[in-house]
Design a protein around this ligand. Sequence first.
Ligand SMILES: Nc1ncnc2c1ncn2[C@@H]1O[C@H](COP(=O)(O)OP(=O)(O)OP(=O)(O)O)[C@@H](O)[C@H]1O
Ligand SMILES: [Mg+2]
Length: 252
Amino acid sequence: MEILKTTDLCKNYGGVQALKNVNFSMKKDEIVAIVGDNGAGKSTFVRNITGVEQPSSGKVEFYNDEINFSSPLEARSAGIETVYQNLALIDHLDVAANIFLGREIYYFKFGPLSWLNKRKMNKQAKDLLSKTGVTINQIDQKLVNMSGGQRQCIAITRAAGWGSKLIIMDEPTAALGVKETRAVESIIEGLKSNSIPVLIISHNLKQVFKLSDKICVFRQGQMVAQVNTKDVSEEDIVAEITGGKKEKQYAI
Ligand SMILES: Nc1ncnc2c1ncn2[C@@H]1O[C@H](COP(=O)(O)OP(=O)(O)OP(=O)(O)O)[C@@H](O)[C@H]1O
Ligand SMILES: [Mg+2]
């Protein structure tokens, strides 16, 4: 079953054509990697699926329904969790509050009156973090004091913790150390074994080859290749990324 499909997806920023007729598709039980040089249109592609921006033209289907989310929150309620390249976390809130953003648990909520159930949120946030193998000592610590890697781990925990229909990660390990990168990779493998599809953008080809079933290559706003990972070599992918000479022919 196709879970995400785009047909002739285009995005223009003024005169810049950041996405040109992208025809992408992914199935359930797949980890799909998007690769490409800086400025190739990868993050733009994600933003135009997840409601951060709206496409200039073209069609997006999610589990066979045509979608056009007007906000990231709408995409989340439809079951798409995204870890953005520029993290959408809130500095002045603590770890648990960030994990529960938009999903807060209340003792009661009545009009403007509400009382957050911090104890329950802290406990569940701790459980989620430990499930994803991330160690954060203080759950009530504000994010402003945390390192880039720790923040990234929290964002990934938030995305992976909620049994969603699709998880999108834009460069999830670019800012992480060796240990944290391994933790994130095992989170992704765990999601796959729980049949949660993952779309990952990464510049790290070793990681892409280790994790993905399919690779999509973006170059100058176009998707120039969509291949099964097992059918290609790193050299093939580098050639597609740079537009250089291909060593062999394979289906797009
Ligand atoms: N808000 C915007 N306004 C104008 N141009 C934009 C905007 N966002 C992106 N672009 C342009 O669109 C192109 C694609 O950018 P995008 O961020 O999608 O690249 P990317 O593949 O994610 O690159 P990277 O690997 O560096 O993250 C770039 O040329 C960029 O300058
Ligand atoms: Mg990007």
